[in-house]
Design a protein around this ligand. Structure first.
Ligand code: ASP
Length: 346
């Protein structure tokens, strides 16, 4: 709440379709001056909420997002944390799930909402989905409990009527308005005539001091196994000097080729001290390395269970944990633990 006693929201525009308009070279979209957002979406003036706008310079098409952008975003939130009740981050959809995941780990003891949203069509286009996404994201970021605390004190993605935990969502559609899904965790809210909150699913504030972690170690590779994958490719990705960790995207419940050469290379990488994390290529469901012999071999070779985490969340979590400690054993232990609601452990 600001000194007028009204709820205050910081709207951070990072780039992406929502703030674009027609008229770029060769028929492409170009960004409009985002300070005009109140003219483009006059509805947001009807909220009894003070909204300030922070625009990234330069704007970033989210395909160009780098960890430095997450660091910048986390610092903006840190520097403005005490002045605002909530934050709405407008972001391109392409890598929104990566950014929301990474930022969820970088912000510790968050007790205010950080709601990512964007759109498939620019706000100036008649059939845009951007207006509804923006308006509802602001409403959610301003929502309070009867005691005056934030209703959704976590990093989320709001898109096409659904509020999802940021580190649980994935982009699933490149052309329809339902661009995001949270396959392994229920929606935190659904917007219809009213916004219905799923209070049991929303994280409770942890109570410690709000802290921002900006040290990220990005030495992570991703190995997606597939029929016909070769020894050379597997060795290059798993044993290359460049990586400290490798996310192995496996089949089904965590299975990979059972050939000796595959397991031997995995064991070799583990013996080099690499952090190897198993996540499934399936959109939903979890890794369970105890069901099939190939899963057991991976486990014996030193692969960590990433359970039902998305690849996007696994990547952000590794960057964050490896930035925090040089101790790979500690990172391995924490990778299998639920830190920010990103995995379901039974
Ligand atoms: N390429 C755009 C981006 O991700 C697409 C979008 O905003 O949806 O920045």
């Amino acid at each position: 709440m600001n000194n007028t006693g009204r709820t205050s929201i910081l709207l951070i525009y990072t780039g992406g379709t929502i703030g674009m308009t027609k008229g770029g070279p060769e028929g492409t979209l170009k960004p409009f001056n985002f300070d005009q957002i109140f003219e483009k979406v006059p509805e947001i003036k009807q909220f009894a909420v003070d909204i300030q706008v922070y625009t990234f310079d330069p704007l970033i098409d989210s395909s160009d997002v780098e960890p430095g952008m997450w660091q910048k975003l986390a610092c903006i939130i840190r520097d403005n944390y005490n002045s605002y009740d909530g934050f709405v981050v407008l972001h391109g959809t392409d890598t929104m799930a990566y950014s929301a995941s990474a930022v969820s780990f970088m912000l510790d003891n968050l007790d205010k909402p950080v709601i990512f949203t964007g759109s498939q069509l620019p706000v100036g286009v008649p059939r845009t989905d951007g207006k509804e996404n923006l308006i509802s994201a602001i409403e959610i970021a301003s929502a309070k409990t009867p005691e005056g605390r934030s209703l959704v004190p976590e990093v989320c993605v709001y898109f096409n009527s659904l509020l999802m935990r940021g580190n649980r969502c994935v982009k699933i559609n490149s052309e329809e308005f339902n661009a995001f899904s949270s396959p392994n965790y229920p929606a935190l809210a659904q917007a219809g005539i009213n916004i219905r909150y799923n209070r049991d699913a929303i994280m409770k504030p942890t109570g410690g001091p709000f802290t921002v972690h900006t040290d990220l170690d990005t030495r992570v590779s991703i190995l997606k196994v597939h029929p016909g994958i070769t020894k050379e490719v597997v060795r290059h990705i798993l044993c290359g000097q460049e990586s400290r960790a490798v996310i192995i995207e496996t089949f089904g419940s965590g299975n990979a080729p059972s050939k000796d050469w595959f397991i031997d290379i995995v064991a070799e990488a583990a013996a080099m001290g690499k952090i190897l994390v198993n996540v499934t290529q399936c959109l939903s469901g979890t890794v369970d390395m105890s069901i099939y012999a190939t899963g057991i071999s991976l486990q014996k070779a030193g692969v960590i269970n990433g359970y039902d985490s998305t690849t996007e969340s696994c990547l952000g979590k590794l960057f964050y944990l490896m930035g925090k400690t040089g101790d790979n054993e500690r990172v391995k232990t924490l990778m299998s633990q639920n830190l920010k609601g990103e995995i379901t452990t039974f």
